[in-house]
Design a protein around this ligand. Structure first.
Ligand SMILES: Nc1ncnc2c1ncn2[C@@H]1O[C@H](COP(=O)(O)OP(=O)(O)OP(=O)(O)O)[C@@H](O)[C@H]1O
Length: 310
């Protein structure tokens, strides 16, 4: 388990993380979300002992990172900035790390196989693509077979096949009882990967709840209806206190009434229905809604993806 207690970190007079507390539980993937500059990388660095907090405390399994005897065996990390000796092969890079931590040589072969780098393992990492580098970073994180994984933007640079691979890998690692803490900007990806979310904005906690609850809390349920009698149905919906927006071709988007009630109104009025679909908002919409006060830079982007200058 990862525990952050009242963490505060300043850079000059800029507060990167402010009085931040949360725990990351084992056995599930926990997504770490926040707009650019929210403090995600800083928080991860504090947990990994790469930076010291001005206040508060971050521990892994009750211990500070610096007090872990063989840290790679407890926690594996992938941070955004990769430091790999580019003249060295992936195999040698992993072997060196393994030797410093008393990890057997055969584990190096295992992780190379696991991340799909077998064919290029003896090649210099200097020629690696972004995706290959990312896979090597994940191999490093997994080297000590750790019970805790901290991954900062692990899908960066991966192609769709790679993204699917890392999604399944994270789920698998969590199902083995490990703690998986992962930051990402890809909301659709997090929606299908993370069971639990910790969301921060301007260094402060915005939400710590299940992904489902996060979406439910911040988006409206809508009902999509298609009917050849759309006009009549709009009247019935409006009279009942609902709001119906016509989208042409008999399509309606209904808010403030649930699908069951819309179905009852259609039956009572004798309106034929060709479609009746309840739809929940997306994680992206929920994220935009909840973090709109905390966005730091440049433009505001509406939930429909249409950006507008501030
Ligand atoms: N070494 C540093 N020196 C000065 N300021 C820093 C440093 N590291 C981070 N910051 C500032 O602290 C704040 C939080 O940055 P951080 O990188 O932790 O955010 P983030 O959520 O990881 O952002 P992103 O999603 O863009 O990676 C930002 O305002 C950033 O400019």
């Amino acid at each position: 388990m990862i525990e952050a207690k009242n963490l505060t970190k300043r850079y000059g007079d800029r507060v990167a993380v402010r009085d931040l507390s949360f725990t990351v539980e084992p056995g599930r993937v926990t997504g770490f979300l926040g707009p650019n500059g929210a403090g995600k990388s800083t928080t991860m660095r504090l947990i990994l002992g790469l930076d010291r907090p001005h206040q508060g405390d971050a521990t892994i399994g009750g211990k500070h990172y610096r007090d872990l005897g063989q840290p790679l065996r407890v926690v594996g990390a992938l941070l955004e900035a990769r430091a790999v000796h580019t003249g060295r092969s992936a195999y040698n890079h992993l072997l060196c790390l393994a030797q410093t931590q008393g990890i057997p040589k055969k584990r190096v072969d295992e992780v190379i196989e696991l991340v799909g780098l077998s064919e290029v393992a003896r090649k210099r990492t200097g020629g690696f693509s972004l995706g290959m580098g990312q896979r090597l970073g994940i191999a490093v994180a997994l080297l000590g077979d750790p019970s805790v994984l901290i991954l900062d933007e692990p899908v960066n640079g991966l192609d769709p096949e790679g993204i699917l691979w890392i999604r399944n890998l994270m789920k698998q690692l969590a199902s083995e009882g490990r703690t998986v803490f992962v930051s990402s900007h890809l909301m659709n990806e997090m929606a299908v990967t993370a069971e639990h979310l910790i969301v921060i904005g301007r260094g402060q906690l915005i939400a710590d709840c299940s992904t489902e609850e996060f979406i439910e809390r911040s988006t409206k349920q809508i009902v999509v209806v298609r009917s050849p009698d759309a006009e009549g149905l709009v009247g019935a919906i409006t009279a009942e206190g609902g709001t119906a927006t016509a989208n042409g071709d008999g399509m309606l988007t209904v808010t403030d009434l649930d699908a069951a009630r819309v179905g009852q109104l259609a039956a009572a009025g004798g309106f034929v229905l060709h479609e009746l679909t309840p739809r929940r908002g997306s994680l992206e919409e929920a994220f935009m809604e909840l973090t709109k006060e905390s966005v730091e830079y440049g433009t505001t982007v509406a939930a429909d993806g249409q950006g507008g200058a501030r």
